[in-house]
Design a binder for this molecule. Structure first.
Ligand SMILES: *Cc1c(COP(=O)(O)O)cnc(C)c1O
Length: 389
């Protein structure tokens, strides 16, 4: 096995696909420290700049003093604390669903929804560019997954129309994590209504960012429907950790009864829920964070207009610069790093072959000057760039 693995690792490396971790030594912020050097970073999903907020740090300490450090057990034994409970109520009313249920991670939440609600005689339909956790949720349940080309509602409609399944579940990212575009949720919902299907919306990148007071994609489109099963994560814009599913009472109660990724795992530390209650009110009240974010997005898009590299049409803080080849994407990321700027190169299989990219993610913790600095580094690299022959 070791010889095989070594061979596979070499192949991966020569294809420009070896993944490497960087080790950060500072708090998650617009400026991070790696190997003792400070970098301006456009890597994280901390879109509102809350991961480092003094009030949240204080809330974590207060939560630890009140609840201790660990939950000690799973939710169904004795790990479900009043902090978890209060957060679930607050999340349900914030997102406008009857009930909400906390999960340890978004990955586990997606797996829980699919395995608890969808069985062998049912069918799953998924956008081809969905997050891996939605695809893996289908794998966990060994249910046939039918994928439709990105945003192709005509293809989806054909698939739905020809399905004889008992239950049909359509799964979509709300904001696509590597492209930054927003799913046409009203049209998806109309198809679900027409074909009696359910809609699982993964709002990992919309919660806190989109909609009135950051209430997420349903608020962004002014939608509400009992067909929506809403999932969002709490480690991105909310700045902490965890995830939740919101929906009708019967949905949530069924998840409690049979979502294995909910039942067979230790509850997250209640101190995190305590901090997340605070985070939720910051999301709700500090509109300036979303305003700053949209200004930075416009500034970045305007700055790139005159350059060789094309941005995907994204209105979200995820601004992908399509490069194409793996090596070039890596090289560009490396050249930026030499200039003190961290932007990750994203390669297949995370994105389709031939669409390696720099994924610039903007945050309310960035300043106008930070974005200027990134733009001027890109402009410099653009002027010395030689296309490969
Ligand atoms: C990050 C992410 C997840 C996973 O959430 P975690 O809490 O990090 O496990 C799920 N879906 C999408 C679209 C994501 O971007």
């Amino acid at each position: 096995m070791l010889t095989d693995l070594a061979e596979q690792l070499r192949t991966r490396e020569s294809a420009g696909l070896k993944r490497r971790r960087i080790t950060t030594e500072s708090r998650q912020n617009a400026h991070i420290t790696i190997d003792g050097c400070s970098y301006l970073a456009f890597c994280d999903n901390d879109y509102l700049g809350l991961a480092n907020h003094p009030q949240l740090i204080e809330a974590v300490c207060e939560g630890a003093r009140r609840y201790g450090v660990g939950a000690g057990a799973s939710h169904l034994i004795s790990g479900h604390s009043s902090a978890h409970h209060a957060l679930e109520s607050a999340l349900a009313s914030f997102t406008g669903f009857p009930r909400a249920l906390l999960f340890s991670t978004g990955y586990m939440a997606n797996a829980g929804v699919v395995t608890a609600l969808i069985g062998r005689i049912d069918a799953l339909f998924a956008d081809k560019l969905n997050h891996a956790s939605l695809n893996d949720a289908a794998l966990c349940s060994s249910i046939k997954l039918t994928r439709y080309p990105h945003l192709d509602l005509i293809a989806l409609e054909k698939q739905l129309a020809s399905s004889q399944a008992r239950r049909k579940l359509v799964m979509t990212d709300a904001v696509f994590s590597m492209d930054g575009d927003i799913a046409p949720v009203p049209k998806l919902l109309a198809l679900c209504d027409k074909y009696d299907a359910w809609l699982l919306i993964d709002d990992a990148h919309g919660f806190g960012v989109l909609g009135r007071q950051g209430r997420g994609v349903a608020s962004h489109f002014n939608l509400s429907s009992p067909r929506i099963i809403y999932m969002a994560t709490l480690g991105k814009a909310a700045g902490v950790f965890g995830a939740f599913v919101a929906g009708q009472v019967e949905i949530i109660e069924s998840l409690i009864q049979s979502a294995r990724s909910y039942i067979y795992t230790t509850a997250t530390p209640p101190l995190l829920s305590h901090a997340l209650l605070r985070s939720l009110s910051l999301i709700e009240q500090e509109e300036w964070r979303r305003e700053r974010l949209s200004q930075l997005i416009m500034q970045f898009q305007r700055g790139l207009q005159s350059m060789r590299w094309k941005l995907l049409p994204s209105k979200s803080p995820i601004q992908p610069l399509i490069i194409g080849s793996n090596d070039e994407a890596l090289q560009l990321s490396e050249s930026l790093r030499e200039r003190g700027i961290m932007v990750p190169a994203i390669r297949p299989p995370t994105v389709p072959k031939g669409t390696a990219r720099l994924r610039v993610s903007l945050s309310a913790s960035h300043s106008k000057e930070d974005v200027d600095q990134l733009l001027s580094a890109l402009r410099q690299l653009d002027s010395v760039y030689e296309p490969p022959r």
